[in-house]
Design a protein. Structure first.
Length: 220
């Protein structure tokens, strides 16, 4: 069942990801919106690779179960998210959102909220996620809806044990749309992944996730 749901995920992402903003509130662009609608279909725009083909440090970051913990450890900074677009499906108790994950450009200050206000935040990930609210406690759902805490960090805080299923890695060429969002040099390769998080206890799906990382060596 998990696998069947995951195969439908790229189509779901195409439906809801229709609005785009840049990290520091730059004006929206119709052209960028059109291109962004394709980003979630990583299986179409990227080339599938195996874990042995991931260069450093992607080979460490993308192979971890929860990306938030890995990125915070790698950059040595606290991460927050900025929601680009979000929608709920009450009938199926699911929540869809597109986000960028931010850290402070000033490592010593380590205050991503302030950095975002000052337009000094760095994007370390763009992600598209569908969350299964039926399997999560109400207090966690409230934090998903009303805070900028990354989903992975909330799972850890609530001690919800997860397993990763159907994980696939992709090599993607940085184009102008991606460069505007995650500051990757044009025509250089970056990498991402798709995977489904399931509960380690009852094996029910918690989230379907597409994650794309800029080259960490260009940021750190």
């Amino acid at each position: 069942m998990v696998k069947k749901l995951f195969l439908l995920f790229p189509l779901m992402m195409m439906v809801f990801f229709l609005k785009a903003i840049t990290v520091n509130s730059a004006p929206e662009s119709g052209k960028i919106q059109t291109e962004l609608s394709k980003l979630a279909e990583i299986n179409k725009r990227g080339k599938k690779v195996n874990s042995a083909q991931l260069p450093s440090p992607y080979d460490k970051l993308l192979t971890q179960p929860l990306m938030t913990k890995s990125l915070e450890k790698y950059y040595g900074r606290r991460a927050i998210i900025k929601t680009i677009f979000a929608s709920q499906d009450p009938e199926h108790h699911t929540y869809h959102r597109s986000i960028v994950m931010l850290v402070d450009g000033n490592k010593e200050r380590n205050d991503p909220d302030f950095a975002q206000i000052k337009k000094e935040a760095l994007v370390v990930e763009i992600a598209f996620i569908t969350i299964n609210f039926k399997e999560l406690p109400k207090s966690l759902i409230e934090k998903v809806l009303h805070t900028n805490i990354p989903f992975g960090k909330l799972l850890m805080h609530y001690q919800i044990r997860t397993l990763s299923r159907d994980r696939t890695y992709y090599k993607i060429q940085c184009d102008s749309t991606l460069a505007a969002l995650i500051n990757c040099p044009l025509n250089t390769p970056i990498y991402g992944r798709t995977n489904t998080l399931i509960s380690a206890d009852n094996k029910k799906w918690l989230a379907h996730v597409v994650e794309i990382l800029p080259n960490p060596l260009e940021i750190k």
